[in-house]
Design a protein around this ligand. Structure first.
Ligand code: 8YV
Length: 319
């Protein structure tokens, strides 16, 4: 008997084809957003769950999952939506999909930097609403990305690709990471031992750290004050790493020139003040949203399931 996989969201065609070939998938063709109660009920028939970050697996949900569930094979690199300790306690295997979304997320980060610096939201709005009337030397003047200092918090897979892409813009790279990375992977980037030490070196600040209790509200009022005046902040990691009130205040006061945000606290019901600000470039959590990457994420999740159900250790085990 092929194992039964509960797939919580509609996945790319090629991924669902492979699921149908190798498993008995419970698919979600209408892409309905399931509640925790729905998932617990549907899991009664399943041997494993293939969820996205939109489904939360708290300790309570994990405790209520039927005993036959062996694994949660995430379609995401981030797994802050899963209580990993609770999963470990229950002997549940948890996997993620690293590597395959680093390029797409780095592209989006560059877009956030460029969009914020060059006032993309304002410009697009002007053209679409027919409010663009003329041109002058002072019209829509932004700031340049080329040659600036980029500070990266979290120099893992995505952070390192962002550094590579940013070097093509002649940016000088500074970073903070829990541990200094191998000098070969640094590519000449300067390591700072603390977030505080990094802040004064950031004309642009890109957040690429994992969401955890330690990084919640990492970019707060005190740290924003340590950034150079007129800095630009971009975030394509998780909304929780930013203290929204502090960021909004700094964008309003002019302490920060602009921000580019793809992720938010409480998505999609974000802090409404962001919508009122011209100097934020907003995207709806699409860092990995390319055809190539979404296929690769699905295949990576399936590689993990294949390993689990053939008694091998999955490549991307996080619990
Ligand atoms: C995905 C992400 O859109 O992989 C992640 O951690 O944030 C995004 O790339 C989403 O999580 C898919 O479940």
């Amino acid at each position: 008997m092929k194992p039964v996989i509960l797939v919580t969201r509609k996945l790319p065609e090629a991924v669902e084809d492979r699921l149908r070939r190798d498993y008995q998938p419970i698919l979600n063709p209408t892409d309905t957003l399931y509640s925790s109660a729905d998932i617990i009920n549907m899991a009664a028939e399943a041997d494993a769950i293939l969820p996205c970050h939109t489904e939360k697996f708290s300790a309570e949900v994990i405790e209520r999952l039927p005993a036959r569930i062996k694994a949660i094979a995430n379609f995401s690199v981030g797994y802050d939506h899963v209580d990993v300790e609770a999963a470990k306690k229950r002997g549940l295997i948890v996997t993620n999909t690293p590597d395959v979304l680093s390029d797409a997320t780095a592209e989006l980060t560059m877009m956030l930097m460029l969009g914020a610096a060059r006032r993309a939201s304002e410009g697009e709005k002007l053209v679409r609403t027919r409010e663009w009337k003329d041109w002058s030397p002072s019209f829509m003047v932004g700031i340049q990305v080329t040659g600036k200092r980029l500070g990266i918090v979290g120099f893992g897979r995505v952070g390192q690709v962002v550094a590579q892409r940013a070097r093509a813009f002649d940016m000088t790279i500074h970073y903070h990471n829990r541990r200094r990375v191998d000098p070969q992977l640094e590519g000449g980037a300067t390591y700072h031992e603390s977030v505080e030490a990094l802040m004064p070196h950031c004309d642009f600040l890109a957040l690429h750290c994992v969401a955890s209790p330690e990084t919640a509200g990492l970019l707060n009022k005190e740290r924003i004050a340590m950034l150079p005046d007129g800095a630009v902040v971009v975030n394509a990691s998780r909304g929780t790493v930013i203290d929204d009130e502090a960021l909004i205040e700094a964008l309003k006061s002019g302490k920060l020139y602009a921000a580019g945000l793809d992720v938010f606290n409480n998505e999609p019901d974000i802090n409404p003040a962001y919508r009122e600000l011209d100097n934020v470039f907003l995207m709806p959590h699409i860092g990995s949203a390319t055809r190539e990457t979404r296929d690769a994420m699905g295949f990576r999740a399936l590689d993990n399931l294949d390993a689990i159900f053939s008694g091998r250790e999955p490549g991307d085990r996080v619990a």
